[in-house]
Design a protein around this ligand. Structure first.
Ligand SMILES: Nc1nc2c(ncn2[C@@H]2O[C@H](COP(=O)(O)OP(=O)(O)OP(=O)(O)O)[C@@H](O)[C@H]2O)c(=O)[nH]1
Ligand SMILES: [Mg+2]
Length: 336
């Protein structure tokens, strides 16, 4: 696939990435599960309770994020703090990990999530150590009882049926089932990605994002020399490269030519750079968030004695505007 389309595809995927909060009981194996699911050794695992002190996110197959929470109800992370984490992170889903019986604090967190309409996948980890001391019950019986208990506790806020996925990081039991659950959940998003790739508003958003990352690149202090020496082709190349446009495929009017045209029109003869004047030209062309680098560069150039600063910047931005337009056309051609 085309570089540009690839980047747009990544952008859209990122937009719809599901955020899974991996929450649950302290020491239940939340971080270990994340490590296993994402094949990394990064999530902090410890034999000490309360190992996860901060909140980190891990990529899951480039389609979702697993967010490693600290254990609930520990001294450092009381209920209030936990709720705050949940709110600020805007979770789409929660994997709630148990390794022992349901506690009061679990009920409070789950009730909070349910009221916020966050879908919860219940996991009972460390199933390798789930044994019946009396030897009376089979594993299947124990699991059935645990599922019933789960339903009893939460049917007030969550629609039954409810059951755990029983997992073990030690024996790998249940890991495939957990992955399958995630896979189905994520698959629903694939269609959404396809739709958004054809969505005009999404294309515009992407282009705005691209331009916003371009501006600080162009108007970096190193560009002062280029502008002083009037080698605008360098800037043109950077712009085309940034949008993955090929030099030959398009006929954008050069910056040099634009400068001449603007000068001929004699619209702008003042030697001093004027902020309002510049703004007047920028606003209709680009939807820019970051104007600071432009003004900063304009000031530097004016101080360096460049006379037609506004005309130069105006011409560069007009070039960017055309590049944006071409980029949009490229994407639309590809996706429609
Ligand atoms: N027997 C057994 N031990 C496990 C399993 N999963 C994790 N452990 C062990 O349990 C301990 C805690 O694991 P962590 O992954 O740090 O647990 P956590 O839920 O992230 O802990 P906090 O972040 O402190 O709340 C470690 O010693 C793990 O090796 C499992 O499935 N079975
Ligand atoms: Mg942890």
């Amino acid at each position: 696939m085309d570089k540009l389309i690839n980047e747009f595809n990544d952008y859209v995927i990122n937009k719809v990435k599901l955020k899974y909060g991996v929450l649950g009981q302290a020491d239940a194996g939340k971080s270990s599960l994340i490590n296993l699911l994402t094949n990394n050794k990064d999530a902090y695992v410890s034999s000490q309770t309360d190992a996860t002190m901060q909140i980190d996110a891990y990529d899951y197959e480039n389609r979702a994020e697993l967010i490693d929470f600290p254990g609930v109800g520990t001294t450092h992370h009381n209920l209030k703090k936990y709720k705050r984490y949940i709110d600020t992170l805007k979770l789409d889903r929660v994997l709630y990990i148990f390794s022992s019986k349901i506690k009061n604090v679990d009920m409070k967190v789950i009730e909070y999530l349910a009221k916020k309409d966050v879908r919860i996948i219940f996991v009972f980890n460390k199933v390798d150590s789930l044994t019946d001391v009396s030897g009376q019950q089979s594993r299947a019986q124990m699991e059935r009882e645990k599922d019933l208990e789960l339903e009893q506790q939460f049917k007030k806020y969550i629609q039954p049926p409810m059951s755990y996925i029983y997992t073990s990081v030690l024996t790998n039991e249940g890991i495939d089932q957990l992955k399958e659950t995630l896979r189905e959940d994520i698959a629903e998003k694939e269609e959404k990605v396809r739709q958004l790739m054809n969505d005009d508003e999404m294309i515009n958003q992407f282009i705005t994002y691209k331009t916003n990352t371009l501006i600080p690149k162009i108007f970096a202090p190193s560009f002062k020399d280029i502008i002083m020496s009037r080698k605008y082709e360098n800037i043109e190349q950077s712009i085309l490269k940034h949008y993955h446009l090929k030099q030959n495929d398009n006929k954008i009017t050069s910056i040099d030519e634009r400068i001449n045209t603007f000068k001929q029109k004699a619209e702008q003869t003042k030697s001093m750079f004027n902020l309002n004047q510049l703004l007047k030209f920028i606003t209709p062309i680009l939807k820019l968030k970051k104007l600071k680098p432009i003004f900063f560069m304009a000031t530097i150039l004016t101080e360096a004695g460049v006379k037609d600063v506004v005309t130069i910047i105006r011409s560069i931005l007009a070039y960017v505007g055309d590049a944006e337009h071409l980029t949009k056309k490229e994407i639309s051609n590809h996706t429609n």
